[in-house]
Design a protein around this ligand. Sequence first.
Ligand SMILES: [Zn+2]
Length: 328
Amino acid sequence: MTALVFFIVSASDPVTNQATPVSFFGTIVFFVSALMAIVLGIVRIAKEYHRIRSCIWIFITAVLAILFFLMQHYAADPTEYYVRYDQEQANHRPVSLHPKLHFFILNGTGSELEQGARFSSDDAALGAVSPAVANMFERVVVPQLNGIWDQCGIAFDVGGINVVRAEKVKFKNLSLAELFGDHEGTRVVFFRSATEGTPWIDGALPILGVPKGDLAVFITGYRIWNTDRYQEAAAATGKDWSILTWPHVYYVNESTGDIVTPKKTLGSLAHEIGHNLGLSHPGEDDAVPENKFSKFNLLTAELKDEFGLQSELIPEQCALVKANLRRR
Ligand SMILES: [Zn+2]
């Protein structure tokens, strides 16, 4: 029964946009529960020699086993997505461009990436991430992104990995903390329209030490609320930056930074970087007509919910991106 409760709890993880180890634990719990039920059933048969009651017990066991299996199936398996994405990483292509990515984890937004961060003083805007988080970016996040982007001969270098106190980043009459607000009772990051809000994030980049031409990635534990489309988003993009919702980290080995790869999260980030580098969704781009896009494509947002983001880039996209990168 404990196992059943545990599995229901883990399967109903509300983080729908995140890859979770639900299915990993789910599999273990499924087998443990099924085994427990069978053992208990046998013990009962042996104890009571009561045929009808034993049959009912075995029937319940079977129903529970099927139920577990179905729940397991519906609790999104992170490894189920991005088959091509993983195959992609096995290919090593020649790289000619090395743009820089600067990661900023927004402090106080409840992202587990904030854990273990150290600030030199109470006034410091930037703090150091924990060694585990630093390793995770160097060893997992950037290589996974590069596994996609080397299709265009691009490999990102890490420009920096910091935790940022948004309220300490002040410019004009604003602070970066203007990002945060309340939407229907929950704390969110507001993604405002280009005219209304995003230019002031551009203004924050030099203060954060991001050289011109480099890209910044903001990470938040909050959900992102797109005020233009009136909908929630897993990620959003400005000109030289993107914001990504990433609340949970599941370490396989904390000392080395090995994590259960959150493929949807990293796929979203790869997608937003595509926007940074000048790509648009199929049909929204003059340079690359819709019929030129393959069905599974990094920028096919429509297929996101069904299949997860796919990683294929076509030569026309690579040409655009390279031209844009050289202009930066
Ligand atoms: Zn998009």
